[in-house]
Design a protein around this ligand. Structure first.
Ligand SMILES: [Cu+2]
Length: 136
């Protein structure tokens, strides 16, 4: 972990969520950094939701159609974070209490994930092909 950064030292506070971790980890988005906001994740409303409470993903298994955005929200008072088995996608930033992260699934498949802070916490998202036709 590099401790020197070439970023400007004026430090406008980023959004408070994860700011402490972000500061601790530096501005660079190292592969193992827990507090990075990574491409593919957004703070947007979702069509489907998973809550994280009592060290459990609820629902633990979720089935959606391709194109669905799923939002995970941490309801515990300790951080959790989402990483994908086999690195199918980039992991989320660390989620503080009431913090959330959203991911839009575009490709059908079964995606298993776990909390990278508590790897015994596991969940699955099954993405089914969207059906129908467009009249556009
Ligand atoms: Cu966790």
């Amino acid at each position: 972990m590099m401790s020197t950064m070439s970023v400007p030292t004026k430090s406008p506070l980023p959004t408070m969520r994860g700011a402490i971790l972000a500061a601790a980890l530096g501005a660079a988005c190292a592969p193992l950094a827990a507090a990075c906001v990574v491409p593919g994740w957004a703070q947007t409303a979702a069509a489907s939701a998973v809550s994280i409470a009592n060290f459990t993903f609820n629902p633990k298994a979720l089935t959606v159609t391709a194109g669905t955005t799923v939002t995970w929200t941490n309801r515990d008072d300790i951080p959790h974070g989402i990483a994908w088995t086999n690195n199918a996608f980039q992991r989320s930033k660390a989620l503080d209490t009431d913090d959330g992260a959203s991911f839009t699934f575009t490709t059908p498949g079964t995606y298993q994930y776990f909390c990278y802070i508590h790897p015994n916490m596991v969940g699955t998202v099954v993405v089914q092909a969207a059906t129908g036709s467009s009249t556009k």
